[in-house]
Design a protein around this ligand. Structure first.
Ligand code: NI
Length: 138
């Protein structure tokens, strides 16, 4: 199987290099896979869209800058702020809306095929890419 892996999985991959290879905001790139999960990176600024993943938790790691995630929980709405280097998991079934006041970079870990705008969402604005993740361009 090993020699069937794409080139980017046979060698270490610099996340800085991966992030430098694209400019689009809220448009995650798949950097590698772990079992049936994707590791995706995205550049973000402004607000994403309220959405929910019915069947999966969603892991966030802030690579650069600061990310806010608004959450609609049974007790009400709250926002968590993730500084660079922070991790947070949005539980499945929890409506959430990531946002960044200034340009930031994030890593997301979630099952392959997970849609960036979830299974249910509010109207997707033009600046948000509804995607299951894009391949990195070599
Ligand atoms: Ni999400």
């Amino acid at each position: 199987m090993t020699d069937q892996l794409p080139a980017h999985r046979r060698q270490p991959l610099s996340l800085d290099t991966a992030l430098a290879s694209f400019d689009a905001l809220w448009s995650p790139r798949i950097v590698t896979h772990v079992n049936d999960y994707d590791v995706r990176v995205a550049k973000v600024e402004g607000e994403h869209v309220w959405h929910v993943h019915d069947d999966t938790d969603e892991f966030f790691l802030v690579l650069d800058g600061e990310l806010e995630i608004a959450l609609r929980e049974p007790a009400g709405e709250r926002t968590v702020t993730l500084a660079k280097g922070s991790v947070f998991v949005v539980p499945r079934g929890t409506e959430h809306r990531p946002a960044a006041r200034e340009r930031a970079a994030i890593l997301v870990f979630e099952p392959t095929g997970t849609l960036s705008v979830g299974d249910r969402h509010e109207e997707v604005p033009d600046h948000v890419d509804a995607t299951t993740g894009h391949a990195l361009q070599a």
